[in-house]
Write a protein that binds this ligand. Sequence first.
Ligand SMILES: Cc1cc2nc3c(=O)[nH]c(=O)nc-3n(C[C@H](O)[C@H](O)[C@H](O)COP(=O)(O)OP(=O)(O)OC[C@H]3O[C@@H](n4cnc5c(N)ncnc54)[C@H](O)[C@@H]3O)c2cc1C
Ligand code: SF4
Ligand code: SF4
Length: 296
Amino acid sequence: MTFELLQQQMDTLRVLRGADDNMGDIMVVGGGISGIQAALDLSSAGYKVYLVEKSPTIGGKMSQLDKTFPTNDCSMCIESPKFIETDRQPNIELMTYTDVDAVEGEPGDFTVTLLKKPRYVDENKCTGCTVCVEYCPAKIPDPFNQNLSQNKAVHIYFSQAVPLVTYIDESCLFLKDKTCSICQTVCENHAIDFGQKAEKVKVKVGAIILAAGYETFDPLPRNDYGYGKFANVVTSMDFERLLCSTGPHEGQILRPRTRSIRTRSPGSTASARVRSIRPEATAIAPPSAARTRRSR
Ligand SMILES: Cc1cc2nc3c(=O)[nH]c(=O)nc-3n(C[C@H](O)[C@H](O)[C@H](O)COP(=O)(O)OP(=O)(O)OC[C@H]3O[C@@H](n4cnc5c(N)ncnc54)[C@H](O)[C@@H]3O)c2cc1C
Ligand code: SF4
Ligand code: SF4
């Protein structure tokens, strides 16, 4: 359905049902670039939009990319101003860390049951100061960096996240066996809340846009090209993170296994891309701080 057609149908619904009826509201499922843009367009046309994202932040796959075709602009430079716009748009209600549980009804009259997962952090109290992150002793593979580096059990998903608040991963020592509660002690804003439970929320809307995007192929089960066995065999998404200045090697193009710079002719697509896109990368400084490589 085109945007214009959807707009016409929602306008008709509003007239039929009266201005106060929430059947003219719209739910966008998926907070990647597609869902964000849909939510911004609809909200600026006057519609109330529920933007539902299952991750702790909006952004989707585009937030993980380094530079993007065709302009070769920094991906985050294009996307993050839209994060802010989404956050500030009064017609958008942002529901992160929330999945769709059930949908009932028909076009014009949907009831959506959402499952709000516990962040264990009160979004209204957390200022994103990251003091808790500093003190947390539990390290986990960082999903934003494709598990190529480590992060803490409590962390902000990435620096430009919206909402800019922490969440606590299930590997937290309190959640596992209650052997730690440091974050609760150090948080001056009393934002840590281990009492949070998964919560079901019902929302009535007239239309739903599915912008759930895609999952990248996981070569691990098939062991293609020795992925998982050889640390230097990476997927294209791994490689995006390896290229990125916010990635596991802070933009230095290093081979994951040895964290060294490849000097001989490339033997894989990945290193070929290093040479074609970033010729200067082979001449940059040697690795500084030791970074942790995923265990495979
Ligand atoms: C390695 C690589 C390089 C790329 N390079 C480029 C490039 O240079 N230029 C270019 O134009 N494109 C590029 N792309 C493609 C681009 O990344 C995608 O087209 C774009 O990010 C898709 O955005 P999306 O919002 O549709 O989906 P996604 O980014 O996948 O977002 C979907 C969102 O929906 C959420 N979601 C899914 N299911 C649910 C649910 N049930 N409830 C709530 N939320 C849900 C997900 O968590 C996710 O955040 C590249 C892709 C890859 C993999
Ligand atoms: S939970 Fe507390 S300490 Fe952690 S980032 Fe939020 S406000 Fe700061
Ligand atoms: S309670 Fe969990 S999240 Fe908090 S500091 Fe300890 S391990 Fe980290």
